[in-house]
Design a protein around this ligand. Structure first.
Ligand code: SAM
Length: 242
């Protein structure tokens, strides 16, 4: 058993075990808990990524591959997406999804830790992550690694949960996401690690949108843009590698 405070230290091995335990219901719970908004958030992240049709794109912490799939829809036959993750169970589901949609030729799936990506410097036009970087044990090191494999002029794109700024909406939202969401998550996932209680705690412990922008700049990215969606429930940060 891993406790909530142990999970919040984000040791890779614990995070991996937690995601293995919910992999089978991950997509279903995303749809239910986000009221199906997660798809539009990923779509928007792709839209502001400045992708050209022949680009090489890396989606780290790809999970079941949804962001990678979204990027692949923008590419021609010369473009390529790689989806990487360190959780075997998530990647198995991603692989199954890609086969079913005939996308295995456009998207490669790879097992890799975001802190140690097996690619040369400057290899990709875009490196992106959706709801993943919050779980990486060293946030700055994760961003630096994404920036390292991105080509000069390319983009590092981070889609992540954030905290709504409107005080009234915040109160309603926090009730949902601190009380209701963990309960539904627990009932459906039956996760031994209480992954859906970790979700709100990890979001509340994550830098706010300006803090994340500062981190991206500290990691060498410039011209960092912030796009808040759905009253600030999620934010997309897009930074440029100089
Ligand atoms: C919340 S899921 C996000 C999945 C997907 N990107 C999406 O949009 O739904 C987070 C994923 O990050 C992966 N992950 C967390 N830390 C990681 C790390 N250090 N290296 C690689 N994958 C990691 C987990 O295994 C999990 O699949």
């Amino acid at each position: 058993m891993i406790t909530q405070s142990e999970l919040l230290t984000k040791k890779g091995e614990h995070i991996q075990r937690m995601f293995s335990s919910i992999a089978g219901v991950y997509d279903l719970l995303n749809t239910i808990l986000s009221f199906n908004l997660d798809k539009s958030w990923r779509k928007f992240a792709v839209k502001v990524s400045d992708v050209t049709p022949n680009a090489k794109i890396l989606d780290v912490c790809t999970g079941t591959g949804d962001l990678a799939i979204e990027y692949s829809s923008k590419l021609n036959d010369h473009g390529k997406v790689v989806g990487s993750d360190f959780c075997h169970e998530m990647l198995t589901l991603a692989d199954k999804k890609l086969r079913k949609r005939n996308l295995s030729n456009k998207i490669n799936i790879l097992r890799a830790d975001t802190l140690r990506l097996p690619f040369h410097d400057n290899y990709f036009q875009v490196s992106a992550v959706a709801f993943g970087i919050r779980n990486v044990s060293d946030l700055n090191a994760g961003i630096r690694e994404m920036a390292r494999i991105t080509a000069p002029g390319g983009r590092v794109v981070i889609l992540e949960f954030s905290q709504p700024t409107n005080i009234i909406f915040q109160k309603i939202y926090y009730f949902y996401f601190k009380k209701i969401l963990p309960l539904i998550g627990k009932i459906i996932s039956k996760s031994r690690y209480n992954a859906y209680a970790y979700l709100p705690s990890s979001i509340l412990n994550f830098p706010d949108r300006h803090g994340l922008k500062d981190r991206m700049e500290a990691c060498g990215l410039v011209d960092v843009k912030i796009y808040a969606r759905t009253l600030g429930i999620v934010t997309i940060h897009v930074g440029k590698k100089p």
